[in-house]
Design a protein. Structure first.
Length: 94
């Protein structure tokens, strides 16, 4: 049995990846409202997911206001599939 990916297993990061698995992109404010995290906490989780190669960060401007979108990478999608498979294997153990 393999270990669960600790980067994904943290509840807030798992929720982020689950949301991103169902959409093309989601922006910073959407995650703030949906997850109820502070800006700093959300930024920290996104930084860890980006460093792991699971999330792509897309920075732009809307007028003069900075705007940040996030997208699940192919690596992130594969890691999430592997995470669920490992969790299923744990559930099947008796």
């Amino acid at each position: 049995m393999n270990e669960l990916d600790r980067t994904i297993h943290e509840p807030a990061r798992l929720r982020i990846l689950m949301i991103l698995s169902g959409v093309d992109v989601a922006d910073f404010n959407f995650f703030l409202e949906t997850l109820g995290l502070t800006k700093g906490n959300l930024s920290s989780h996104m930084d860890k997911l980006e460093k792991a190669g699971f999330v792509e960060v897309i920075k732009s401007f809307q007028g003069k206001m900075p705007h940040t979108d996030f997208r699940l990478t192919d690596t992130g999608r594969a890691a999430l599939v592997a995470y669920w498979a490992e969790l299923d294997s744990i559930r099947k153990m008796k």
